[in-house]
Design a protein around this ligand. Structure first.
Ligand code: MRU
Length: 344
């Protein structure tokens, strides 16, 4: 994604891997729509996209004073945060933009606008730095050689660059480890086959695509030495919401004695949510399940459930890799310590 004078520009992830096209969002409403329709997706990416959308809305507002700008700014934040409910990065980004507004609110409206744009741009840079730090912390946990399975897309596409789970894998490979990535295709939206396989192949990283229901077989055949996934929201006790299907992978990993790692920036950690059952789970359109690339693959009228995320209980997670360090059980203590800037 890119901040430009004419709007926020996104690589359209709904078109990958067949088309590499960019969408320019000229106003905050278009940014909100890009988040809702998953032109841009992945928790850290939508956090920064939200910040850029809010900055764009504030830039274009007609208000002449901070007092006039505030109610419009609040409407913009509300429009952006109402797009997707699970990834906490969206709400984290809006909170940070609100704090920046409050800090600058005694100044001129032009300075508020400039400050909000600068804040969104620093969030972009911080996200890449966080991913690189996660890579440094997580690379040592990866096997020297063998298979690493991942689910959904927690790569450069889901962030501002380098990736969280895929950042850990990239760092391990940069350190000389010989890793083959097993990419779950990730039904129903196919982030694994469309996005993860695409970005890993672009980087020349050995990749094997599997349908989701093949993960257990790969593990039982000894082809998977570790699992690393991203996260959309991590509760204070370590319970982790991530793309639907992550929970099944975690249980399979436990059964096969394979370490299961979550890699996420601290903006994904939600200490205000005590446990995973309190995390709101986005329900998406039934057509994502009943159709494939626009073609109907289920009987018309069939009842469908399409939760976009599930929650993996903390007991299945070997470690949570963050830019501040690696948290282990009990996560309530280790996450709190990292949040307070202490080593664990
Ligand atoms: O619905 P999506 O594609 O936005 O869901 C994304 C995921 O679940 C990712 O695994 C998660 O956001 C981590 S991305 C670094």
């Amino acid at each position: 994604m890119e901040w430009t004078e004419t709007g926020v520009r996104f690589l359209d992830q709904t078109k990958l891997p067949t088309e590499e096209t960019y969408v320019n969002c000229p106003d905050y409403r278009a940014v909100a729509e890009a988040i809702r329709t998953m032109i841009v997706r992945g928790a850290p990416a939508i956090g920064v996209a939200a910040a850029m959308g809010i900055a764009l809305g504030a830039r274009d507002a007609k208000a002449a004073t901070a007092g006039e700008l505030l109610p419009e700014f609040e409407r913009i934040c509300e429009a952006i945060t109402s797009t997707r409910p699970t990834a906490v990065n969206l709400f984290w980004a809006a909170r940070r933009m609100r704090a920046k507004f409050a800090e600058l609110s005694s100044g001129a409206v032009g300075d508020i606008r400039d400050g909000l744009i600068a804040e969104a741009q620093s969030m972009y840079a911080e996200d890449i730095a966080a991913n690189q730090a996660m890579g440094r912390h997580g690379a040592v946990l990866m096997p020297d050689s063998g298979g690493v399975l991942t689910h959904c897309n927690a790569g450069a596409l889901a962030t501002c660059g380098y990736g969280t789970a895929l950042g850990v894998i990239r760092a391990a490979i940069e350190a000389g480890k010989k890793i083959n990535v097993y990419a779950d295709e990730t039904r129903p939206f196919l982030q694994g086959s469309r996005l993860t396989a695409w970005e890993l192949m672009k980087d020349g990283i050995p990749t094997t695509l599997i349908a989701d229901n093949m993960a257990g077989a790969m593990m039982s055949q000894g082809k998977v030495q570790a699992v690393v996934v991203g996260a959309d929201r991590i509760a204070a006790n370590g319970d982790t919401a991530n793309k639907i299907g992550t929970y099944s992978v975690a249980i399979l990993a436990k059964e096969h004695g394979i370490p299961f790692y979550v890699a996420a920036p601290f903006s994904t950690v939600d200490l205000a949510t005590a446990t995973g059952d309190l995390i709101p789970i986005e329900q998406r359109a039934a057509t994502e399940v009943t159709q494939l690339a626009g073609r109907v693959i289920a009987p018309v009228g069939v009842r469908v459930e399409n939760p976009a995320f599930d929650v993996t209980p903390a007991k299945y997670i070997s470690a949570i890799i963050t830019e501040r360090g690696v948290a282990r059980m009990p996560f309530t203590e280790s996450l709190r310590a990292l949040a307070a800037g202490r080593q664990v």
